[in-house]
Write a new protein. Structure first.
Length: 374
């Protein structure tokens, strides 16, 4: 067991060091003085988001961007609350922004993919941006993305997402988890092996979406409207897929407030890993799971006196220090120094991650009042 755990640690450390190297290669993009030129269609799928939609829509109204270059398509996935009325009222009060409200058309196992596909033929502009109903966007969001498009001419742009957290352990634990995902995302772009993104801050051209045949091929998986499209784009046109690192383009989202919802959310995220097209992504996911699961097994064996506590502490310490370097850089970009309880979160994380990884292989998950089976 000791040799096996050290072997996994060695591979894990090499992979993390490569990602740390890649993270350092992603340079911050500085906004230029270019006049806005790009017209955007923002697509927002939603279901029962009456508490969150007012905040998102308010952030839309504050966008520092010509309103004639903005189109918003809200796709209602059969909400049973006041979400639709909130959208209608906002549209009436902001008639200077082209806003359309659609009802989702279910054609696949994935409501979110269906919602985006539903909006795509109606979208008036070539550049599509997706975000989530529980998010808020910064005022220079579109301005920064437009600057980047004019400077680099990509066809797909991945942006960062962070939590609006309170200073309690549960929220900070989720922030640590999200930071690790964001760090891996940036690092993978830096080593030219991108495989991960977040649909809450994801932009691409309608032309590219059509050339990739949209979500065809992975529409049986409930989640993954973002990563599967990204991986198809990377396989086809890697030079046109870019990561945008700029603090003014970071989208904020809400953390969960109870453990069950957090668990179901992370299971939903993890469930899509089985559909990854990237061999690198699959290998990394397996090693991360084995590393965390190995620590859990080692802890259990150490309690029973079947494993050396010193060896377990060495493995944990090396993993912690390696992770810390990547998380430190990510935190500096996302949070500007606000990072609480890193050690406590790192101790709990292997147990949490192992449960998520194993359950996602066999169990179902609930999302917005629906149950999705593996």
């Amino acid at each position: 067991m000791t040799i096996l755990l050290y072997s996994i640690l060695m591979v894990y450390t090499i992979l993390m060091l490569r990602l740390i190297y890649g993270f350092g290669k992603i340079k911050t993009f500085k906004n230029t003085k270019e006049s806005p030129k790009t017209a955007f269609t923002i697509i927002v799928p939603f279901r029962n988001e009456e508490k969150n939609l007012p905040h998102l829509l308010q952030s839309f109204s504050k966008l520092n961007y010509p309103h004639e270059l903005i189109e918003i398509i809200m796709v209602d996935d059969f909400s049973t609350d006041q979400s639709e009325k909130i959208c209608i009222q906002w549209r009436m009060n902001h008639d200077d922004i082209d806003t359309t409200l659609l009802e989702n058309l279910r054609l696949s196992h994935s409501p979110k993919k269906d919602a985006i596909a539903r909006a795509m033929p109606i979208a008036k502009h070539n550049w599509i941006i997706t975000t989530d109903a529980d998010c808020t966007v910064p005022k220079n969001w579109l301005f920064t993305i437009d600057n980047y498009i004019q400077t680099h001419e990509p066809e797909m742009i991945v942006g960062a997402v962070k939590y609006k957290t309170k200073n309690n352990w549960f929220h900070q634990f989720q922030q640590l988890d999200l930071m690790s995902l964001q760090g891996v995302t940036m690092g993978s772009f830096g080593i030219s092996k991108p495989f991960m993104c977040n649909g809450a801050n994801f932009a691409y051209t309608k032309k590219l979406f059509r050339e990739l045949d949209g979500f065809n091929g992975n529409d049986k998986i409930a989640s993954g409207d973002d990563v599967f499209l990204l991986q198809k784009a990377v396989k086809r046109s890697p030079d046109l897929v870019h990561y945008l690192k700029n603090p003014q383009s970071i989208v904020k989202t809400k953390p969960e407030n109870d453990l069950f919802k957090l668990f179901m959310q992370r299971v939903r995220w993890a469930a899509k890993t089985t559909g990854y097209q990237s061999n690198y992504a699959k290998f990394l996911a397996v090693i991360v799971l084995l590393m965390n699961f190995g620590l859990v097994i080692g802890f259990g064996l150490a309690i029973r006196g079947c494993f050396d506590w010193k060896s377990l502490l060495i493995v944990f310490s090396i993993k912690y220090m390696t992770d810390y370097v990547l998380l430190l850089g990510t935190n500096k970009y996302l949070q500007k120094g606000q990072w609480l309880f890193p050690m406590a979160s790192s101790i709990i994380y292997p147990f949490f991650s192992s449960c998520i990884g194993i359950y996602s292989l066999f169990g179902s998950f609930s999302w917005k009042g629906r149950t999705f089976k593996k």
